[in-house]
Design a protein around this ligand. Structure first.
Ligand SMILES: [Zn+2]
Ligand SMILES: [Zn+2]
Length: 311
């Protein structure tokens, strides 16, 4: 009797270790993604002493940084955000006047997990980001859309850009009142000040978003619904030109290292702590990672889950 119990246990262990493919149990039930629009790594994580992101720098003790994260598609706002929402680098226009051809992670999550629209949210300072809620595939067009609040008076693509301080207030309201299971947030700075060649505003934008990130994480850690089961992921849609390339920090959109090189900072129950990872990954891998943690099947996604993030 005792022998058969031990034999059964040994077989069970052997079976579960086969090919090292032990099924991972995730603790993450909710994912909040913050996209800080268009900083260069030389003014964020790669600047010695990290003077512009003191809050995130301190939070590194609790989180994991991918310091060689990449935009490997068109280095524009819509394409960078679209890579995260769909897991694909698509050539959609940057004006918000067209929708992606494949369904997004919100739609797949809603359909597969029987969620309401207010369980998944797209909140953006830039109105055009609202176009990423929908997709052109006739099987998915206008179906399973996330709730959205993008642009001036939440007016969407044609409404223009609102202040990040307004977006931050809306984010806190949505978190408190709806507790989204998946939410993507866009802060327009530092991109907008960068385009205006306003170096003070550009740096201020990085510092302001850093403070919003800290406040959002503080809320998550002190909220009964979110505590210990929620991931916060901070990343970028694109960087900006290196000094000496097409006007430096004032623009972006090409193949230069400054435009491609971005970062991903993750906090959450399944992520490593106090860890910096040097391997290269791109934005479609982030989508695959979120899908894996939340149990979303994404046949249309091109990325691979970033297993090195997991503890
Ligand atoms: Zn952008
Ligand atoms: Zn560039």
């Amino acid at each position: 009797m005792r022998f058969s119990v031990i034999a059964a246990l040994v077989l069970l262990v052997l079976a579960s270790c086969k090919n090292d493919k032990v099924e991972r149990v995730f603790h993450t039930r909710n994912v909040i993604v913050i996209v800080v629009d268009g900083p260069r790594v030389t003014e964020t994580w790669n600047e010695p002493g990290r003077p512009n992101i003191p809050y995130q720098s301190a939070l590194l003790q609790e989180g994991v940084l991918l310091e060689n994260f990449r935009n490997e598609g068109p280095t524009w706002t819509m394409n960078g955000h679209c890579a995260i929402t769909t897991g694909n680098y698509l050539n959609i226009p940057n004006g918000g006047n067209a929708v992606p051809s494949v369904p997004n992670i919100f739609q797949l999550f809603r359909k597969q997990h029987f969620l309401d629209s207010t369980d998944v949210w797209l909140v953006a300072s830039k109105g055009k980001i609202g176009a990423l809620a929908n997709c052109g595939d006739p099987m998915w067009n206008d179906k399973y859309l996330p709730a959205r609040n993008c642009g001036i008076n939440a007016g969407g693509a044609t409404s223009g850009y609102r202040d990040d301080s307004t977006t931050f207030e809306i984010v806190m309201d949505v978190l408190e009142n709806h507790h989204p299971k998946l939410m993507l947030i866009n802060f327009k700075e530092p991109d907008v000040s960068g385009h205006s060649q306003d170096s003070t505003g550009y740096i201020q934008g990085i510092q302001d978003t850093d403070e919003y990130i800290q406040k959002i994480w503080h809320f998550i850690q002190n909220d009964a619904t979110y505590k210990n089961n929620t991931a916060l992921i901070v990343t970028n849609d694109h960087g900006r030109h290196l000094n000496g390339v097409s006007g430096g920090y004032g623009g972006h959109g090409d193949d230069c290292e400054g435009c491609r090189h971005i970062t991903l900072f993750g906090l959450g129950p399944d992520f490593k702590k106090n860890t910096i990872i040097k391997n290269q990954y791109n934005q479609t891998d982030l989508t695959a990672t979120i899908a894996e943690m939340l149990g979303i099947v994404m046949p249309s996604g091109q990325g691979t889950p970033i297993k090195k993030l997991y503890r």
